[in-house]
Ligand binder design. Structure first.
Ligand code: AHR
Length: 503
């Protein structure tokens, strides 16, 4: 590939810190034997693993969506409050597991204080409705003297939890969802729930369920119908997207973020169509509140076999994908894409956080370690703040793909905060290196800055992974990045993600 030259393009605007959110679901070994393992040598007095807390802090997740996911659609939140020994054991239909309720709202909130993230709660609109959502909101956020807030105080938290973002159910478009509804029924329920929640607490920000994937048969019509009912009541519509390599086609997988880009554009178009129908200037924002690589399907299209258990185990090993270098590059590319849309994507959650399709893995009684996907996320969260600026990709050579036609081989975005400017880059080509020159002249904040740090995630073996046996096989390495005048030069091998920080 000849040298690619990137120039500044339009400013996207401020980046909402909630773009770097995570997601914790009561699923498999995420909560139990993941973040919570009393008896582990690293457990604190409450039973939370301090080694995991340190890694979550390093990852830099700003908000954490909780407690699901599919789990929330059958969840009774009040099972998780009060004395731990009195809490009921319940069947979780979503993951065919037994939920002990040992961890609930109070414990999770305490853990969030330790990791330094904000809570984003989902209410159950699968088996429940307006009344239960109001009960939870009153319990969590009200400062008035009521039966619920007295119970909160008795349970050790006199002050409100002050939860700002609330999801109105989860993936209600999915036939797998307990309480699945069509768009009209869900839209009406979400609207009624949202109106009532705002009567109780007008400061909440509300997320209506969008599509659980861009290839859902109802995608597009779902968004329009739901927003016809909820447009005045909600602030966000959600998007969920999971990617995986299929049939060993690495190049097809490496361009997955093109799907993210199309998904965002199409949901914006649907939301703005409803705004236009109503003659409204209001702009519905996007909460990309589940995204990741997930090896969900076998090559024959069947589910990958995680849900076969029929004996309702506690904290079984489910969805414990082990990520390789390619997966990390795709995660980095999705982050670049979300930053390119930071004006409308104001919230996003990497799904999930520990053990379950996660950047952090643990072994019961053993160590915790970083998966390959940890690195682009932690570096982007640390260095990708402030304002986002698009780079002109017009001169970038293309890759021919089956799914998207010709696709730019390199993707990039710049961000600028008070301390410096970062340029994030990805080489999506499975076979060609990329020599890249970035014209810094019109990149905001880059004048007078020098290269302070530069990192590369790549490997000669694009299937290299971190495992219990070899937890540090893959890690970012220092990238040679030279600034000469207004030109910044970097060379990326095939299948590579990188960031250059000018400060
Ligand atoms: O993240 C795993 C599952 O994916 C979530 O529970 C659900 O919302 C989605 O289908």
């Amino acid at each position: 590939m000849s040298t690619v030259r990137l120039r500044a393009d339009r400013s996207v605007g401020p980046i909402d810190s909630r773009l770097f959110g995570g997601f914790v679901e009561h699923l498999g070994r995420h909560v139990y034997d993941g973040i919570f393992e009393p008896g582990h040598p690293a457990a604190d007095a409450e039973g939370f693993r301090e080694d995991v807390i340190a890694l979550v802090r390093e990852l830099g997740v700003t908000t954490i969506r909780y407690p699901g996911g599919n789990f929330v659609s059958g969840y009774r939140w009040e099972d998780g409050i009060g004395p731990a020994e009195e809490r009921p054991r319940r069947l979780d239909l979503a993951w065919r597991s037994t939920e002990t309720n040992r961890v609930g709202l109070h414990e999770f909130s305490s853990w969030l204080d330790k990791v330094g993230s904000d809570l984003m709660l989902a209410v159950n609109l699968g088996t429940r409705g307006v009344a239960e959502a109001l009960d939870l909101l009153e319990y969590a956020n009200s400062a008035a003297d009521t039966a619920w807030t007295r119970r909160r105080a008795e349970n050790g938290h006199p002050q409100p939890f002050g939860v700002r973002m609330w999801c109105l159910g989860n993936e209600m478009d999915g036939p797998w969802q307990v309480g699945h509804r069509n768009a009209e029924d869900y839209g009406k329920l979400a609207s009624r729930t949202a109106k009532a929640m705002r009567m109780l607490d007008s400061s909440v920000e509300l997320v209506a369920c969008g599509s659980s994937a861009r290839d859902m048969p109802t995608f597009g019509s779902w968004e329009r119908e739901v927003l016809r009912h909820t447009f005045d009541d909600v602030d966000f519509i959600s998007c969920h997207a999971y990617y995986q390599e299929r049939h060993g086609k690495a190049q097809e997988f490496l361009v997955s973020a093109v799907d993210t880009d199309l998904f965002v554009r199409e949901v914006i178009a649907a939301a703005d169509e409803i705004a236009a129908e109503r003659g409204s200037d209001k702009r519905i924002m996007l909460s990309f509140d589940e995204w990741n690589v997930w090896y969900q399907f076998a090559d024959d299209g069947t589910k990958s076999g995680d849900l076969v258990s029929d004996d309702w185990p506690e904290a079984p090993r489910l969805l414990e994908d082990v990520y390789n270098v390619m997966d990390a590059v795709v995660v980095g590319d999705v982050l670049i894409t979300l930053l390119q849309h930071a004006d409308r994507v104001r919230s996003a959650s990497l799904a999930q956080l520990v053990n379950v399709i996660a950047p952090i893995m643990t072994e019961p009684g053993g160590p915790a370690w970083r998966q390959t996907t940890f690195f682009p996320f932690s570096l982007t969260s640390r260095l990708g703040r402030g304002e986002a600026q698009r780079l002109d990709l017009g001169d970038v050579p293309s890759i021919a793909t089956e799914r998207f036609g010709d696709v730019a081989a390199v993707n990039a975005v710049a961000t600028t905060d008070a301390e410096g400017t970062s340029v994030f880059l990805v080489n999506r080509s499975a076979g060609e290196p990329a020599d890249i020159e970035i014209d810094l002249a019109a990149i905001a904040g880059a004048a007078g800055r020098t290269v302070a740090e530069a990192w590369l995630v790549a490997d000669d073996d694009i299937r290299a992974r971190n495992t219990l046996a070899e937890p540090e096989r893959v890690a970012p390495v220092a990238l040679a990045a030279a600034r000469e005048g207004d030109t910044l030069r970097v060379s990326l091998p095939p299948v590579a993600w990188a960031v250059v920080r000018l400060a």
